[in-house]
Design a protein around this ligand. Structure first.
Ligand code: ADP
Ligand code: GLC
Length: 476
């Protein structure tokens, strides 16, 4: 099959979060299975791994008044098609700066959606399926066959829309319709209109042939007001088209026995010794005490979603319970400050590194005994799956993908692989971590749990087969 993925980020080109891991790794897995895979994304400044290969691959595209050049870059089995419109995309970040989102995002991603369609229409052989990800490409299914600026390009191509995070919808005031030169007649309840606003994701949800989200549990949760972010009714109306496919991990990147960032590589066989060395190294790197107390790590965007405010409020108690804590993250300024201030009260016991640091993330997963993820909601979550692979037991709020992947060792002694937080509050976090800490003093139980976690299969093979089956069904 010829599949075109359309996304705003993908490894190894540009990444702000798990979305990039997933689009890049899924494309690669499908390519390895023998499909012809295109990954269409904007060409950002600075984010590119080397320049694109050679000259533009087709004549300049006019996407409703915005001009794009199309570059191609072949990485492994995937053809990345990079859409270059410097005025719109050659900026420091994909979506904004620490001060906020770019105000012209609705214009940028409307132009991108159109340009993506025209690009795929322009390559010899086109594509059999258009697979879109999140609000930034959600206009694609809606505009297909409905936007005069596209001249009918790809009009009857089946579409898939994957929702990675319903909290981001591309919701704007109606002025964007003219600014982005979108068809005014799509501002209706069966188009992109939602309670008087323009909502790109909503338009895509109604128009796509199939909807997926990134875990089975989240696929259920988003039908409810607590997790639906105002789109639960729209989603419920289309729930026969909606399924949840749990993300995988790029197991070549996330592999403790070959990971180049670690103080010591290890496998299931020598996990006890390997993790002890990695833990000592991580503690030294962060000026934490060098002792035998359990070490809990956080690797996370600093966002409300991730429960970072609860962590800041719990740090005193976590330290009092005898654990050390190492935080790595970047994002919201206020949350960052709260964490920094809490850690300052506990030199040697709590440390934070602010920033985006891939190598340090690897060392955190390897060196920690536990990975804490107190997310308020979590469509899938990659951190807990990485942790499992590194023999690091996840301590999670059981929602979304966290509920689908983490089983509590107390409730399920034979099959457990981590700990579930019973109450999402600072006290609840401290209680769950204290419970987790007690396993450290039972070496045989700890070893068993770690080995079980490391033996789990979170590779892309299975999910890629599920997407393949979905495409095959669409192509009948
Ligand atoms: P989300 O996409 O909601 O941020 P995920 O759990 O799906 O959450 O993916 C997060 C990814 O980003 C993981 O690969 C994680 O290791 C990585 N990550 C998050 N914060 C940082 C950071 N500060 N430095 C390095 N990697 C990070
Ligand atoms: C989003 C979600 C995260 C998910 C990722 C990749 O960023 O917040 O839970 O793992 O997308 O699908």
């Amino acid at each position: 099959m010829r599949i075109a993925h359309i996304a705003s980020e993908a490894v190894p080109i540009a990444k702000t979060g798990g979305l990039a891991d997933v689009t890049g790794a899924l494309a690669k897995a499908l390519g390895r299975m023998g499909h012809r895979i295109f990954l269409v994304m904007p060409l950002y400044r600075r984010s590119l791994n080397g320049p694109p290969d050679g000259e533009p691959v087709m004549p300049e595209i006019d996407a409703g008044g915005f001009r794009f050049r199309v570059f191609r870059k072949r990485i492994g089995p995937v053809d990345y098609l990079l859409l270059d419109a410097p005025r719109l995309f050659a900026r420091p970040g994909p979506y904004g700066t620490p001060d906020g989102d770019y105000p012209d995002n609705p214009v940028r991603f409307a132009a991108f959606a159109r340009a993506a369609i025209l690009t795929i229409a322009g390559i010899a052989g086109g594509a059999d399926i258009l697979h879109c990800h999140d609000w930034q490409s959600a206009l694609v299914p809606l505009l297909l066959g409905r936007d005069p600026a596209l001249g009918g390009a790809m009009a009857s191509t089946p579409t898939v829309l994957t929702i990675h995070n319903l909290a981001y919808q591309g919701s704007f005031e109606p002025w964007v319709i003219d600014a982005a030169r979108l068809p005014r007649n799509l501002f209706t309840p069966d188009g992109f209109e939602l309670y008087g606003t323009v909502n790109y994701l909503k338009g895509g949800i109604l128009a796509a042939d199939r909807l997926t989200t990134v875990s089975p549990r989240y696929a259920q949760e988003i039908l409810t007001p607590a997790f639906g972010y105002g789109l639960e009714k729209v989603l419920t109306a289309r729930k026969d088209r909606l399924s949840g496919i749990l993300n995988g991990l790029d197991t070549a990147v996330w592999n403790p026995s070959t990971d180049p960032h670690l103080a010591r590589n290890y496998s299931r066989r020598d996990v006890t010794r390997g993790k002890r060395i990695c833990r000592t190294a991580l503690a030294a790197e962060l000026f934490l005490d060098d002792d035998d107390s359990p070490l809990v790590a956080i690797v996370s965007r600093m966002a409300e979603q991730k429960g970072i405010d609860l962590v800041a409020a719990a740090i005193d108690g976590i330290v009092a319970a005898g654990l050390r804590i190492a935080v790595l993250g970047a994002g919201d300024d206020d949350l960052q400050n709260d964490i920094v201030n809490a850690c300052r009260r506990h030199p040697g016991r709590a440390a934070v590194r602010i920033g985006y640091d891939e190598a340090h993330a690897h060392r955190s997963y390897a060196g920690a005994d536990f990975l804490l993820m107190p997310s308020r909601f979590e469509p899938c979550g990659l951190g807990q799956m990485i942790a499992l692979r590194y023999g690091t037991l996840p301590v999670v709020n059981p929602v979304g993908g966290l509920a689908d992947t983490v089983r509590d060792l107390a409730a399920e002694p034979e099959t457990g692989n981590g700990f579930r937080i019973a109450a999402l509050s600072p006290e609840g976090l401290i209680a769950a971590l204290s419970r987790a800490a007690s396993i450290i003093w039972n070496p045989s139980r700890l070893l068993q749990a770690r080995r079980r976690a490391m033996a789990e299969d979170h590779a892309w093979t299975r999910p890629a087969r599920q997407y393949e089956a979905l495409y095959a069904e669409l192509l009948g």
